[in-house]
Design a protein around this ligand. Structure first.
Ligand code: FES
Ligand SMILES: [Fe+2]
Length: 451
C-alpha cells in the first residue's frame, strides 16, 4: 500500500530560493483561478455538515459557488450554484431543501438537478431542451469525513490525487470524529502565507517559545508527492501531542502531562480530556528511570483504557505507523491536518477574491466522542486576533502573517526568499507543485549563488 511517489520524496536535497511573486502578484492571483482552483481537488465541507438527505452546503472559491448536497443516505453530489435561466445564485449558506426554486423568476430544480418548472415555458415556442437545463454537476469525492470537489470535469479520481495521504492518515478514522469547535477569520496575507505558517516547524522556537520549554526539539519535513509531512526529530511514540521528548531538568514521566496540558490551554486541541488525565497518572504508574518510549507506550495504553470506559473506541494503529506518521500533513493545496487517534486539528485557507494580500482562514478541531455525545457546533466568525477569540498558539502564528505579507512587497526581495531545505522542505515542495499547476505563469525558482 505504501506506493512510491510520482513526484518527490523525502527531504528537498538542494537549498532553493523562492520568488515572492506567487504571494504578492495580482496577475498571479488571477492566474491561480484557471491553473489551480478550477483544476485541483479541494475540501468543500465535512460530511457531518450535511447529515440528512436534502442538506446542502454552499462552498465558495473565488467567484465560483458550488452546492454540495446529500442526495441520499450514501450519496453526496455537487452542482454549480447558478440558475440556468439568467444566472442568479440559487442558494446561500447551508440548510435543507426538497427542491431549489430560483428566487428571481421561479425556475425550479429537483435535488437531482433536473429542471422541473419554467414559468411560461410556451414563450420559448418549444425551443427549450429540458435535459440541457439541468444544473451542471461538479465532481465530488470523499475521504476521512471530508467532501472534496473538483471543478474540472476531466479531472482524475480523488484517490489518485491524495496519493499516500489515505495510507498515512486513514488509520485515524477522521470520518468518525466530529467538530469540537470551528472558527474563521479574514487575514491580511496571501492564502499560501497562511498555509505555510502551519506546515513547517522551523518557526516554533522563536514564535512559540513555550514549546521549547518542554524540550520541543527540532522538526523536519518531507515532500510526499503533492503533499508534505512535518515530523518531530528524536521524539518517541509519535503523532501530534503524544510524542515524548526529553528535557534535562524534567522527569520524563511528567513530560506528557506538561505537554498535553499546555496543548489543552494554548491550542484547545492536539489532545483530549482523556489524554490529559492519562498523562496525569503516569508518574504513579511508572517506575523512576523509564525511557521516553516506555512513557509513550504507557500513555497510549492508559488513554485507550480510559476512553474505552466512556464509550470511545480507538482505531487500531500499529506503533510503527504511529512513530512514522509525523505530526502534521499538508494536503495540497490548502488543507493542513494534525491527526491522532481521537482528535485532529485542521486548517483550510482560501483566497479572498483576487486580492493577493487577503485570505480566508478556517480552523477546526475534531474529536472522537461517545455515540450521541457529539457537541452541536457552528462556524463562528472570530475576526479579533487578540483577546480570547483564539488559542494562544494560533494567535502567536497570526502575529507573523500580515507582517510577512507586508515584508514580501519589499523590492529588496527581488532575488528571492531562502526557505530552510530541511525543516521547510514542505514549503519548497508546495511551491514546486504549485509551479507545476501554474505552468507558464510560474516564476522561476532560483538556486542560491545564481540569483
Ligand atoms: S435567473 Fe433564475 S429564474 Fe431567472
Ligand atoms: Fe506555529
Amino acid at each position: 500500500m505504501n506506493k512510491p511517489n510520482p513526484h518527490l520524496s523525502g527531504a528537498v536535497e538542494a537549498p532553493m530560493k523562492l520568488s515572492t511573486a506567487p504571494y504578492i502578484s495580482p496577475e498571479y492571483a488571477r492566474a491561480e483561478k484557471n491553473q489551480l482552483w478550477l483544476k485541483t481537488w479541494q475540501v468543500a465541507c465535512r460530511e457531518e455538515e450535511i447529515p440528512q438527505v436534502g442538506d446542502f452546503y454552499t462552498y465558495e472559491i473565488l467567484d465560483q459557488s458550488v452546492i454540495v448536497l446529500r442526495l441520499s443516505e450514501d450519496e453526496i453530489v455537487a452542482y454549480h450554484n447558478a440558475c440556468r435561466h439568467r444566472g442568479r445564485r440559487l442558494l446561500q449558506g447551508c440548510g435543507r431543501a426538497t427542491h431549489f426554486q430560483c428566487p428571481y423568476h421561479g425556475w425550479t430544480y429537483d435535488l437531482d438537478g433536473a429542471n422541473t418548472f419554467i414559468l411560461d415555458k410556451e414563450n420559448w415556442s418549444g425551443a427549450l431542451d429540458d435535459a440541457a437545463l439541468r444544473l451542471k454537476t461538479v465532481k465530488t469525492g470523499r475521504w476521512g469525513g471530508f467532501v472534496f470537489v473538483n471543478l474540472d470535469d476531466d479531472c482524475g479520481p480523488l484517490e489518485d490525487f491524495l496519493q499516500e495521504v489515505p495510507y498515512w492518515l486513514g488509520v485515524f478514522e477522521t470520518g468518525k470524529m466530529r467538530y469540537k469547535w470551528r472558527q474563521w477569520l479574514r487575514m491580511d496575507c496571501n492564502w499560501k502565507v497562511a498555509v505555510e505558517a502551519f506546515i513547517e516547524g522551523y518557526h516554533a522556537e522563536t514564535t512559540h517559545p513555550q514549546i521549547a520549554e518542554l524540550g520541543g526539539g527540532k522538526t523536519g519535513s518531507s515532500a510526499e508527492g503533492l503533499h508534505a509531512r512535518l515530523f518531530q526529530v528524536g521524539s518517541a511514540g509519535g503523532g501530534i501531542g503524544t510524542g515524548v521528548n526529553e528535557k534535562d531538568d524534567i522527569d520524563v514521566r511528567n513530560i506528557p502531562y506538561l505537554g498535553l496540558k499546555q496543548a489543552q490551554e494554548t491550542i484547545w486541541s492536539n489532545t483530549s480530556e482523556t489524554f490529559v488525565e492519562a498523562a496525569r497518572r503516569l508518574p504513579d504508574l511508572l517506575p523512576e528511570g523509564v525511557d521516553k518510549m516506555q512513557v509513550s507506550m504507557k500513555l497510549m495504553e492508559v488513554a485507550c483504557q480510559l476512553d474505552a470506559e466512556r464509550g470511545v473506541k480507538w482505531p487500531q494503529v500499529d506503533p510503527m505507523h504511529m512513530a512514522q506518521v509525523g505530526i502534521n500533513w499538508h494536503v495540497f493545496p490548502n488543507t493542513v491536518l494534525l491527526p491522532n487517534v481521537t482528535f485532529c486539528l485542521g486548517f483550510r485557507m482560501r483566497p479572498d477574491g483576487f486580492n493577493p494580500d487577503s485570505s480566508i482562514m478556517e480552523v477546526f478541531a475534531l474529536e472522537r466522542y461517545p455515540e450521541g455525545e457529539e457537541p452541536e457546533t457552528q462556524w463562528e466568525h472570530k475576526p479579533e486576533q487578540t483577546g480570547d477569540s483564539w488559542p494562544l498558539l494560533i494567535k502567536q502564528d497570526f502575529r507573523n502573517l500580515a507582517e510577512q505579507q507586508a515584508g514580501m512587497h519589499s523590492v529588496s526581495l527581488s532575488d528571492g526568499l531562502h526557505p530552510n531545505p530541511v525543516q521547510e522542505a514542505s514549503v519548497i515542495n508546495f511551491q514546486r507543485n504549485l509551479a507545476d499547476y501554474m505552468g507558464e505563469h510560474a516564476p522561476e525558482l532560483l538556486e542560491p549563488g545564481k540569483g
